[in-house]
Design a protein around this ligand. Structure first.
Ligand code: ATP
Length: 491
């Protein structure tokens, strides 16, 4: 629209100039208007004050729509009693709660929690992101903070709500320790303004304002923000465990036809480390894949492919050469056989369809969520990582660059062994091992494991080759097919 108006205006001016009209005053006027518009934009005025994109007013989400965050929900609900039982709180002389800080990795449901809090307390909900307050011009961020609090009061009054919840995402952008930013004056002014506004919140009359902020870097925040009286409640919003992942999958498949609902248990088990946002995307991708095939319900294979897509990205259009595909098949088979040999049933899927950065992929299926590892378990992880390159070596007599990522992973795990005091060096203080010593110890660990992996794969060469042939023919192999192919051979 803007472009059409600009184009027509320009055409009009040219036309006027051609017919001999003096266009200088028009041009001057236009230049003045443009300068005024740019100035207003830079002050954040026009867009922000209109309450346009930056401030969203809605809730409609309840705590029942959030899976796998029982502890966080419990803690948040307790904090919300300050709004729900506001009169009692005042009578008891309790200082009102002004801020709650939600701390956790991206996509775990922090925004959802804030919105559900607004629903539970029938509050007006306003949200803004830390980065929206950051401007090159001094004073703009502070002005925006003031405006946000003013809007909250105004909207609560307008909607006759007794309370308002202001949600600030990415708090670390505006709330980092003062003096740490390059253009620190502007950042500091913005943060100071937030502190001033929070201090100005009064708990004994309407509308009651609660600031809920989210961050994944609580360690970066200015101490003044997290001191009692400001954000003095911190709620941890972590990655969901297996039961939580199942709940989230249930929530996001409520409206989707699933051929075999029991498959959700398997998916929950196979998705250790996934956030709620990953799981939502997984459910969505599976439905898209089913639709593409004109299926009436989402089948297990759609979910399996969706997991690969969420982990690795879209399938690549570019097709590797036959020689490369051959090598990738051997490489992935190597990973899979070592993994299955060490832990029966640990291979969940195997594919040579290129996706994202990977030309092939072997997905393990963890038996259960695991947070602690013994040295043996870590060594087994290194063996699986090295299995690909060693299989290439056995089949082709040489390795390729395809194993660089595996070596990185193997090296990291070896480092973990040393830093956790599980290596021959005994108990060490993580950061205080000289690099040379660390290097030598990791190299020693890895070369010993490399030998073991080679011995192991040499004794299963037949199954390595037959698996390679199967995967070259079928491209992707799921857990059942894999078991069929290797059962009997790996006893
Ligand atoms: P960020 O830190 O990146 O802003 P966030 O923690 O605020 O992320 P949300 O925006 O709340 O994450 O979640 C993004 C989407 O992921 C949600 O809209 C929802 O579809 C899904 N999701 C995330 N966590 C959960 C959960 N615990 N239960 C259900 N759905 C979830």
């Amino acid at each position: 629209m803007k472009e059409i108006a600009a184009g027509s205006g320009l055409a009009m001016i040219i036309f006027m100039a051609i017919i001999g009209f003096n266009v200088t005053p028009v041009l001057l006027l236009l230049a003045l208007a443009a300068a005024f518009y740019l100035f207003a934009q830079s002050q954040g005025g026009i867009k922000f004050m209109q309450g346009g994109e930056s401030i969203k007013l809605d809730a409609g989400i309840s705590f029942a729509d959030i899976g796998g965050q029982q502890t966080a929900i419990q803690e948040l609900k307790e904090a919300l009693q300050f709004i729900v039982k506001a009169e009692e709180i005042v009578k008891m002389g309790i200082r009102p709660l002004k801020g709650v800080l939600l701390v956790g990795p991206p996509g775990t449901g922090k925004t959802l929690l804030a919105r559900a809090a607004a629903t539970l307390t029938s509050s007006v909900f306003l949200s803004a992101s830390g980065s929206e307050f950051v401007e090159m011009y001094a004073g703009v961020g502070a002005k925006r903070v003031r405006q946000l609090f003013r809007d909250a009061r105004k909207k609560a009054a307008g909607q006759k709500a007794r309370s308002a919840i202001i949600f600030i995402d990415e708090l670390e952008v505006l709330g980092a320790c003062r003096g740490t930013h390059n253009s620190h004056m502007e950042y500091d002014q913005t943060l100071n303004q937030l502190l001033v506004e929070m201090d100005g919140i009064e708990g004994n009359h309407d509308p009651r304002i609660l600031v809920i902020a989210a961050t994944n870097r609580a360690d970066m925040l200015d101490p003044a923000l997290v001191r009692p009286g400001r954000f003095d409640r911190q709620v941890q919003v972590g990655l969901p465990d297996r039961v939580g992942r199942r709940q989230i999958l249930d929530i996001h498949t409520r409206n989707k036809p699933i051929a075999n609902p029991d498959v959700l248990d398997e998916i929950a088990q196979a998705t250790f480390g996934f956030s709620g946002a990953h799981l939502e995307s997984l459910a969505n991708e599976a439905a898209i894949l089913a639709l593409r095939e004109d299926a009436t319900a989402i089948e297990n294979r759609h979910f399996s492919e969706a997991i690969n897509k969420v982990i690795l990205g879209e399938k690549l259009e570019r097709k590797p050469s036959d020689e490369e595909i051959n090598r990738v098949a051997v490489h992935e088979s190597g990973h899979a056989i070592v993994s299955e040999m060490l832990n029966t049933g640990s291979v969940s899927a195997l594919t040579i369809v290129p996706r994202g950065q990977a030309l092939g992929f072997m997905r393990k299926s963890p038996k259960d969520d695991q947070y602690l590892y013994t040295r043996e378990e870590l060594e087994q992880q290194i063996m699986v990582a090295l299995g690909g390159a060693i299989a290439e070596e056995i089949k082709f007599g040489n390795r390729s660059t395809g194993a660089a990522g595996d070596f990185d992973q193997a090296w990291q795990t070896a480092r973990q062994i040393v830093e956790a005091g599980l290596s021959g060096l005994g108990i060490v203080k993580g950061g205080h091992i000289p690099e040379k010593l660390m290097f030598e110890e990791c190299q020693q660990i890895i070369s010993a494991i490399e030998e073991q992996t080679r011995d192991l794969l040499n004794s299963y060469m037949d199954v390595l080759y037959s698996l390679t042939e199967a995967i070259l023919e079928e491209e992707s192999i799921d857990r059942e097919r894999f078991q069929e192919l290797v059962s009997g051979a790996l006893i």
